[in-house]
Design a protein around this ligand. Structure first.
Ligand SMILES: [Zn+2]
Length: 417
């Protein structure tokens, strides 16, 4: 099949006008001017007035939390967790988490997100939702050992490992797994085994950093580096980092999932993204859970990341549109360890069509600028994951949207009592 659009944005090379993408066996075979990739009689999907981009990657999410959207707004992170989120999460069963995850997958796919990283509990239900939706995901069971005895800690680690082993490579390889120690504040060194791929929260709040320093005599990054788990680790937030810590992250090849909406909403601070990019850290973007955002809209996150750091630096050249789009696609795919995030031969055919003929996108001078600064998630018309056409002309084909919304509403209503 050939996808043809007014603008093709490979991300790793300049946009192509009237471009074509040849897809075969779930992989991109060719990208270029449509006239040159015409191939040999393949089916052509024409997207007039649209741009084709690599699927967006949400590099930090807690998909089950869509059920808690709007549940506790305008409270501090500490109170948000202890007074609201943890009590209601303790009442969530596997069915609830599955309902929340299906809702998350529906929201993300319709908004052009093809892959995400997730940490939660009842992870089998989340894996099932991902498999049915047709998305890709890097999944981990969120482990905590603080306040638990020896047996409790061992059981957490056991469950984390069991899930990772059982589901690694599931859904024809669309699901990969990692270990998910929640954070250095809530996990001791034993929850960070050296032999595993790790995703964890790091330095989200000032008070969290202080608590690690008090317990370990060193900051969270030094603590993780001392254990030897930073190589290729996926770290969420990284709001409160010193220059020295950023150098360590760059050296170890750690990935930082920047979550601007969540950090702003919970009053956690603003991550030093300009500095992270300058020292060469792979910075990607995440929504975090819907309870602290309150949506899973990667168009929002991309635009916010491009704007926020200009304001902080008082420099309009900070995080230009090209960089923001890379963070939302290529960098995210790299953080998930997926060979996607760019429209290049050999990459997975995770491709999104965005209608740029709407009033708020017209005129399109520079399609990258249009994508980052004026487009909205509602402009997404078509989504392909591994070449499968999962959203067609705004219609979600992999999930029964009406049923997904109804089921989620029922769970949310019961949980909120
Ligand atoms: Zn999180």
């Amino acid at each position: 099949m050939i996808l043809r659009a007014d603008h093709v944005l490979p991300v790793t090379s300049p946009p192509v006008e009237d471009g074509g993408v040849l897809v075969r066996d779930g992989l991109i075979q060719e990208v270029g001017p449509f006239e040159e990739v015409k191939g040999s009689g393949e089916e052509v999907h024409r997207f007039e007035g649209s741009a084709l981009i690599p699927g967006l990657v949400n590099a930090h999410c807690h998909s089950g939390m869509t059920l808690l959207r709007g549940y506790a707004d305008d409270v501090s992170l500490n109170s948000w967790l202890r007074d609201y989120v943890w009590p209601v999460e303790s009442r969530m069963n596997e069915e609830d988490v599955g309902a929340g995850a299906s809702l998350a997958c529906a929201e993300m796919l319709l908004g052009g997100v093809t892959g995400f990283a997730d940490m939660y509990f009842h992870m089998g239900a989340i894996a099932a939702a991902v498999e049915e939706s047709g998305m890709r995901a890097l999944l981990s069971y969120g482990m905590i050992d603080v306040g638990k005895d020896e047996n409790g800690a061992e059981a957490e680690l056991e469950e984390g490992r069991r899930f990772a082993e059982e589901y690694g490579g599931a859904a024809e390889g669309r699901i990969e797994t990692a270990l998910g120690p929640h954070s250095p504040e809530t996990c001791s060194a034993r929850m960070y085994p050296r032999d595993s791929r790790i995703m964890t929260h790091v330095s989200e709040t000032e008070s969290g950093v202080t608590s690690v320093v008090e317990r370990e005599g060193q900051g969270p990054v030094e603590f993780l580096d001392g254990i030897g788990v930073l190589d290729g680790a996926l770290l969420a937030h990284g709001v409160h980092l010193s220059g020295e810590e950023m150098e360590i992250l760059a050296e170890r090849g750690a990935h930082v999932a920047h979550c601007p909406s969540s950090n702003l909403k919970l009053g956690s601070g603003v991550a030093p993204v300009r500095e992270l990019l300058e020292v060469g850290v792979n910075v990607c973007l995440g929504t975090d859970g819907a309870a602290s955002n309150n949506n899973l809209d990667m168009f929002h996150e991309t635009r916010l990341a491009a704007l926020l750091h200009k304001g902080v630096a008082e420099d309009a050249t900070t995080v230009p549109a090209e960089t923001a789009l890379e963070m939302a696609t290529l960098n995210g795919a790299e953080a998930l360890g997926v060979d996607a995030g760019a429209l290049e031969p050999g990459k997975h055919a995770d491709i999104v069509a965005v209608d740029l003929s709407t009033p708020h996108d017209t005129p399109v001078d520079d399609p990258v600028s249009a994508l980052v600064y004026s487009a909205k998630s509602g402009d997404v018309t078509d989504v392909f994951v591994a070449g499968e056409h999962v959203v067609r002309d705004g219609d979600l084909r992999s999930l029964d949207l009406e049923r997904v919304v109804e089921t989620a509403e029922r769970s949310a209503e019961r949980l909120r009592g």
